[in-house]
Design a protein around this ligand. Structure first.
Ligand code: GDP
Length: 361
């Protein structure tokens, strides 16, 4: 079952990091996600990868398999990685979790042929504003003239297979990208040469979403880096931390909310408070749903019901009165000793911060 096997805490009591993908249109954000998921499915290695509500969950075991050739420390410390599915900076900009960004880390995708583009710079500004760490996926390396595909290989191995001409074109384009980042006030370096990661120099992972080179590197970098540098932020807490991703009408279920549960446990019947257009909405969870594990890739709209779900997960919640719920805000669970008025005040605070963001746009 999804809730027990593929989520929860690691032996280090860390939760899974949450990552979102940003970048200019057509740089390959969607393809990159497909590639990370797809190759596994085709090779019969889907092993625990679950497409969740608005996100994809990659268990550590799966990441370990895919990164074997990098001879990484087998102990990944985090139980897995949750990647928010909706690429684009609206998902990053609008999603907050208890005052800070929902995403622990971001992947900024840059097309090696197009270098920095308008939305790359916009994404960079958002990342700087939120103080969110990120890695740069320098995508479409297979478009270098004469590139020899090395399916799903690490980028160092793939690069060694290339002719001098390809390597030299790569270096030239990389230098241009590094220069353009510098013009934006950002120091960057190839990830395997970067000794200053986290101290002001951001890592570049060359990759191809078509043939998969560099994908092992990207996955490993994300899980290792988050575990190493965000132990405090990623320490699992029983206190529910949950963000509303989408409000949707679903046939047979009425208005539902899709949420990312960052910490804690949600249970069937829990009394919850979410932010609504007309003020706090107090309601009870009628059902906790995730896409049916067996059918997730083929049949849309088929759900598995859960009595309880532990973070980190993407979940669909059905309840009464969700029609005017607002995305990007927190969901609160009312415990037996909680002060309802205090929770409502917190929800109103969320509402005010949403409104001020709308004003700024
Ligand atoms: P998004 O708008 O950033 O989500 O970009 P998409 O994932 O939709 O990709 C845009 C186009 O670029 C599509 O035609 C993809 O097939 C293509 N594409 C994406 N990644 C790669 C890659 O690594 N190599 C090549 N050659 N094409 C790619």
């Amino acid at each position: 079952r999804i809730s027990e096997e593929t989520s929860g805490r690691s032996e280090y009591n860390l939760r899974s990091p949450i990552c979102c993908i940003m970048g200019h249109v057509d740089t390959g954000k969607t393809k990159l996600l497909d590639c990370i998921r797809g190759t596994n499915v085709q090779e019969g290695e889907a092993g625990g990868i679950t497409q969740q509500i608005g996100a994809t969950y990659f268990p550590a075991e799966n990441i370990r398999k895919r990164t074997k050739e990098l001879k990484a420390d087998a102990n990944l410390k985090v139980p897995g990685l949750l990647v928010i599915d909706t690429p684009g900076h609206e998902s990053f900009a609008s999603l907050r979790s208890r005052g800070s960004g929902l995403c622990d880390m971001a992947i900024l995708v840059v097309d090696i042929m197009h270098r920095l583009e308008r939305q790359t710079v916009e994404s960079l500004n958002l990342l700087k504003m939120r103080n969110t760490n990120f890695v740069i996926a320098l995508n479409k390396v297979d478009r270098l003239y004469g590139w020899k595909a090395c399916d799903n290989a690490s980028i160092v191995k793939a690069m060694k297979q290339q002719s001098r001409d390809v390597q030299s074109e790569f270096r030239m384009r990389l230098t241009q990208v590094v220069t353009e980042f510098k013009e934006q006030g950002i120091n960057t370096e190839l990830y395997y040469k970067n000794r200053d990661m986290g101290k002001g120099t951001f890592s570049i992972v060359p990759a191809s979403a078509i043939s998969g080179e560099g994908i092992p590197d990207l996955l490993l970098l994300l899980v290792q880096w988050t575990a190493k540098t965000m132990a405090e932020r990623l320490t699992y807490s029983n206190e529910v931390q949950c963000t509303v991703l989408e409000v949707k009408v679903v046939e047979g279920h009425g208005t539902t909310i899709d949420v990312i549960l960052v910490n804690g446990v949600l249970r069937d019947g829990d009394q919850i408070v979410v932010c609504g257009m007309q003020g706090p909405i107090v309601t009870s969870i009628r059902s906790l749903l995730t896409p049916d594990a067996m059918k997730e890739l083929r049949v849309k709209g088929s759900y598995e019901h859960h009595k309880e779900i532990k973070a980190v997960q993407g979940i669909k919640i059905t309840a009464q009165g969700l029609e005017h719920a607002i995305t990007g805000t927190s969901l609160y669970v009312v415990g037996p000793d909680d002060d309802m008025e205090g929770i409502k005040e917190a929800v109103k605070g969320d509402m005010r911060s949403v409104m001020s963001r709308v004003d700024k746009c």
